[in-house]
Design a binder for this molecule. Structure first.
Ligand code: MLT
Length: 275
């Protein structure tokens, strides 16, 4: 695989579907898995900082971003299998770094579980290893229904204030606009399918200690969607994993603090340089 000079979006064919992917740079492959209800654009500020020595692969997961509408429900393991097939289709044969944020972190956990041979390093950002409690499941079903009945803005906009820190919201209007536009461009069906998929996701908390690859956990200090305590609890499951706390960041750390995030990625991938 040769270097990609620009953050191109290309459609990559895997069995049964095409996956739109932004690919940029060359070097250590890093698979960047976006959160909900977002798409691969959430990595736009990070990728230019990594592309000199990383091959950044940022797919739009099923139904999200510029992918086609999904007529059928999907699970988080379907999304992980799509990513595995994507790497094969791109002929990436060396083990990669998988980096997931929130819902992307849930997909990363499935990926590690199902395709460990493709992974050398894991970065889990503002995400959870535990399954949902009954109240969260009920809220997810309500959000799915709201998206289908009342429309996308009613389902997603209540979340907007929690994604970026108050100081980012006050000073970086362009970022707020980008996040709002990603949220509002998500289809109602995707919102419904993704909420239902997350509601039944597997509990990984007791499985993490079995992972034998290096793991970095990253937490935005001001994240209220995944509070620091949940990240600490997850990080404690990995022997030798250090929790990296990023100041002045809420849920979307790679967008809010791309320089700090790029340093963390570089430190994490250092171990597989030259492999
Ligand atoms: C996300 O940012 O991906 C979502 O907050 C994940 C979730 O709803 O659990």
């Amino acid at each position: 695989m040769h270097g990609y000079p620009y953050c191109d979006i290309v459609n990559v064919a895997i069995p049964n579907r095409n996956i739109p992917v932004r690919i940029s740079g060359s070097g250590i492959p890093v698979l960047l898995l976006h959160g909900y209800p977002l798409d691969s654009r959430m990595w736009d500020r990070l990728v230019p900082l990594l592309a000199s020595d990383h091959l950044c692969i940022a797919p739009d997961l099923r139904g999200f971003g510029s992918s086609v509408e999904e007529a059928m429900s999907f699970s988080l393991s379907d999304l992980a299998d799509d990513c595995s097939m994507l790497l094969s289709a791109l002929q990436i044969r060396r083990p990669i770094c998988v980096c997931g944020l929130s819902m992307g972190g849930y997909v990363a956990m499935q990926f590690v579980d199902r395709h460990p041979q493709q992974i050398a390093v894991v970065i889990l950002t503002n995400t959870r290893a535990n399954a949902d409690d009954p109240m969260t499941v009920a809220n997810r079903r309500a959000t799915a229904t709201r998206a289908l009945v009342d429309g996308v803005p009613a389902a997603v906009l209540p979340m907007l204030d929690k994604l970026l820190s108050p100081s980012t919201q006050a000073t970086q209007q362009q970022l707020v606009d980008l996040v709002r536009s990603m949220m509002l461009s998500t289809r109602s069906s995707t919102i419904a399918w993704a909420q239902l998929a997350m509601a039944v996701r597997e509990d990984f908390l007791n499985k993490l200690h079995r992972w034998d690859m290096p793991v970095t956990c990253v937490a935005g200090r001001e994240d209220t969607i995944v509070p620091l305590e949940a990240m600490r609890q997850m990080a404690a499951e990995f022997s030798g994993s250090e929790l990296q706390i990023v100041e002045n960041s809420a849920h979307l750390t790679p967008l809010e603090c791309p320089n700090e995030f790029a340093k963390i990625v570089r430190k994490s991938t250092f171990a597989i340089r030259g492999s």
